[in-house]
Design a protein around this ligand. Structure first.
Ligand code: SAM
Length: 332
């Protein structure tokens, strides 16, 4: 096909992450520790009609996977409508997923499935009540675990669970998480702490390298790689050698960058395209759409923005500058 999105390094762009809101009901210390940042006024946020229009254009340009994120995407009241609209883009859209803190899932998981959501990823940083509270700022581990069960019952599977592993907080728990993955048949993904926190507390010493996480788990549960040639996937994935259910994924953007195969692009809740998590510039698709541009002009704009996609992130370079917006704005 002629009009598939490619950047100037020849990388095909297939994966779009849409942040539905910059608001969140959690206060994770590695993301948004000091409460609400100034929230963009509602008029600046994309409406569901604008999200639908933009997504339809992106899918016509070869986007195959859309992940809804935030902030906490389930804080957006029209999330079921958005899912229903985006689901109409299948089968060209092959995969519609959601990343959530799980708080609102009890009682609502079935609605998400009925609206057309395929899969869900839930963030759970600790299985211990006190550590969970310390890391997320809220004492709601039981409710999140209930949300996980609701997602399973609604068949929003395969279920993924994300844990950001931070030195001095939860690195001792990685084998407990592996056990949890085996017991609940979960794709457990361990994420290195990235410099995207609004508190600017990130330091290299706090990063637990993916390699260390893998070694700790492998010492207790021998693992077998399932995607040695992982292409554009963010995680290196492993199954348990003894055949137990569940899977382990390691996401190591700090110590083992995987930018060369990046197929991702992001749209913030206020309609800015970000070509990298660590971009220091954004491109206003919202203003382009609202200016009355034709579909052809919007496509031209998206193509020109994608050509500006950075070759790689610069976390490990001496002059690295943390982006002004944090993960809660960008959409993790
Ligand atoms: N609120 C939803 C949630 O909790 O999953 C979706 C948005 S959240 C920003 C998406 C993912 O980004 C979560 O798994 C979160 O743990 C991760 N995240 C946030 N800040 C991070 C950081 N500084 N380093 C690594 N991962 C981070």
């Amino acid at each position: 096909m002629a009009d598939l999105l490619k950047d100037s390094y020849g990388r095909a762009i297939r994966d779009l992450r849409i942040s539905l809101t910059d608001r969140c009901n959690f206060r994770c210390f590695y993301c948004l520790p000091h409460g609400e940042p100034p929230i963009a006024p509602k008029a600046q946020m994309l409406s569901y009609e604008e999200i639908e229009y933009a997504a339809e254009i992106f899918v016509s340009l070869g986007i195959e996977k859309i992940r809804l994120t935030g902030g906490e995407p389930m804080m957006r009241r029209d999330i079921e409508t958005i899912i229903r609209k985006l689901s109409a883009l299948k089968p060209r859209l092959r995969d519609l997923a959601l990343t959530t803190n799980g708080y609102f899932l009890p009682g609502r998981a079935h609605e998400l499935k009925a609206a057309g959501l395929d899969r869900i990823t839930i963030s759970i940083d600790s299985l211990k009540r006190e550590t969970f509270r310390r890391m997320t700022g809220v004492d709601v581990l039981d409710r999140v675990l209930e949300g996980m069960e609701a997602a399973k019952r609604a068949r929003l599977t395969p279920l993924k669970v994300n844990a950001v592993i931070v030195r001095g907080h939860n690195e001792e728990e990685v084998t407990d998480f592996a056990q949890f993955a085996r017991e609940h048949d979960i794709r457990m993904r361990f994420i290195e702490f990235m410099p995207l926190d609004s508190g600017h507390e990130w330091s290299r010493e706090m990063v637990v390298p993916g390699r260390e996480i893998l070694e700790r788990i492998g010492a207790r549960f021998p693992l077998v790689s399932v995607n040695a040639r992982r292409g554009a996937e963010t995680s290196s994935r492993y199954r348990f050698a003894d055949g137990a259910p569940g899977e382990i994924g390691i996401i190591a953007p700090v110590t083992e960058p995987f930018c060369g195969a990046c197929s991702r692009i992001r749209l913030t809740a206020d309609g800015q395209i970000r070509t990298c998590l660590f971009s220091t510039v954004e491109h206003s698709l919202r203003d382009t759409i609202r200016s009355g541009a034709s579909r052809r002009e919007i496509i031209g704009y998206i193509e020109s923005v994608v050509m500006k996609k950075e070759p790689r992130h610069y976390i490990n370079d001496p002059g690295f500058m943390q982006p002004a917006r944090t993960m809660s704005f960008i959409g993790g």
